[in-house]
Design a protein around this ligand. Structure first.
Ligand code: NDP
Length: 367
């Protein structure tokens, strides 16, 4: 059989890696302490609680893996060596999970996939009894869990790719830059994990194939394309290019984090000052100052700049490492349209007034 085809068949060892990783996250996520965050009020007027201990779980995992590697119990390149097998194992797993969710959703009273699948609460309880449990019940929220798994998986792939590049002797400036920027992005995600509780995926998306596949397969395996690509390609970066790359990352980060933070703070306290001034608010619910007064989704603009900065270390000789920013561009334009439709329906006249005041969707004067 073709060696490429052979290596893409899930092996038992890749299944063991995947199951161990997810079990670790499930168990550790429900045991380790973390800030308890009350999520946004959902469309059915309920609120869930989230335990934000992602950073602690990640640091513990990396420490345990470090010990495993130093004692020669684990190979640091295991993930990079089994890349395709792991990809197909994760794909099959995501498909099976989606199938279970589909069946459970079909039998639930809503006859659809769940907006708030809680492993110790709504998912099993709703499916079994067809009624709702106390929404404040603690447990593992599957949407929160899957996105956490995806981002951590991305870091594990990157670290293994880094180890591989050291092993094969092609660790160069571009690889170091890509690794450094992505680790900053990932650590930042977990540092501000509570902001995730007010994002579209958590408040508006139902858990089905798109979300499971997107979090478990898409995030770790496509966000790391640059690392895989740099493993086989050498890029000479000048110091000026490195500085420009870091600058675009910093600007992107400032806009991305600043916008998401402003909205999060505003939701908790609508009177909190934005950029040192009292906020401009429409209808008591919509923020129209700070980044939210520049464009209606400035956070998407920042994220796109960040995504581009993670690809720039790969130079301009191939389009392959630009897969992530290109796909993100399409995804965010599509999502912005969906979010816009949802907000127009929810906020009615207030949304119209907001659009009049802030006419730009993502990029001022362009879009
Ligand atoms: P947002 O964080 O922008 O959340 C949208 C929601 O915010 C709306 O549904 C509405 O919810 C509320 N809202 C919108 N405008 C206002 C306003 N002016 N004032 C107050 N509330 C407002 O969107 P996402 O969840 O899609 O994105 C969150 C972050 O995640 C972004 O930075 C995005 O770039 C990133 N992301 C990254 C992806 C990736 O693959 N890298 C994929 C998707 C997102 P409500 O009903 O609560 O008011």
């Amino acid at each position: 059989m073709d060696p490429l085809l052979l290596s893409s068949i899930p092996s038992w060892s890749s299944v063991v890696i995947l199951v161990s990783f997810l079990s670790y996250l499930g168990i550790i996520g429900s045991i380790l302490p973390g800030k308890i965050v009350h999520g946004a009020t959902l469309s059915d007027d309920t609120r869930l609680c989230y335990r934000c201990n992602g950073l602690l779980s990640l640091l513990l995992l990396v420490t345990l893996l470090g010990i495993g590697v130093s004692r020669k119990l684990i190979s640091p390149t295991v993930v990079a060596d089994k890349g395709l097998e792991l990809l197909s194992a994760t794909f099959v797993f995501s498909f099976l999970v989606s199938l279970v969710l589909y069946t459970a959703g079909h039998q639930s009273k809503d006859r659809g996939s769940s907006l708030k699948p809680h492993i110790t609460g709504n998912l099993i309880h709703d499916w079994w009894y067809g009624i709702q449990l106390n929404p404040n019940v603690m447990g593992v929220d599957l949407k929160f869990f899957f996105v956490r798994a995806g981002i951590m998986g991305w870091l594990l792939i990157n670290l293994s790719v880094l180890a591989k590049s050291i092993q094969v002797g092609n660790m160069h400036r571009s690889m170091i830059l890509y690794q450094l920027l992505s680790v900053l992005y990932i650590l930042d995600y977990f540092f501000y994990e509570e902001y995730m509780t007010s994002t579209w995926d958590i408040i508006a998306e139902r858990l089905g194939f798109m979300l499971v596949f997107g979090d478990l397969v898409w995030i770790p395996f496509t966000f790391s394309v640059q690392g895989w690509w740099l493993l086989g390609n050498k890029v000479e970066l000048t110091k000026a290019a490195v500085v420009a790359n870091c600058l675009s990352f910093l600007i992107g980060y400032r806009v991305f984090r600043g916008a998401n933070k402003q909205k999060h703070v505003f939701k908790k306290n609508p009177k909190a000052h934005i950029w040192g001034k009292p906020p401009k608010v429409i209808g008591g619910k919509l923020l129209a100052s700070g980044y939210w007064g520049v464009a209606r989704h400035c956070n998407y603009l920042g994220d796109l700049l960040l995504a581009l900065s993670l690809s720039l270390p790969c130079g301009a000789s191939s389009i392959v490492p630009y897969f992530y920013p290109l796909y993100l561009l399409i995804l965010l334009i599509w999502r912005e349209r969906r979010d816009e439709a949802r907000c127009a329906q929810k906020y009615k006249e207030d949304w119209k007034e907001y659009c009049k005041l802030v006419p730009w969707r993502i990029l001022p004067y362009i879009y």
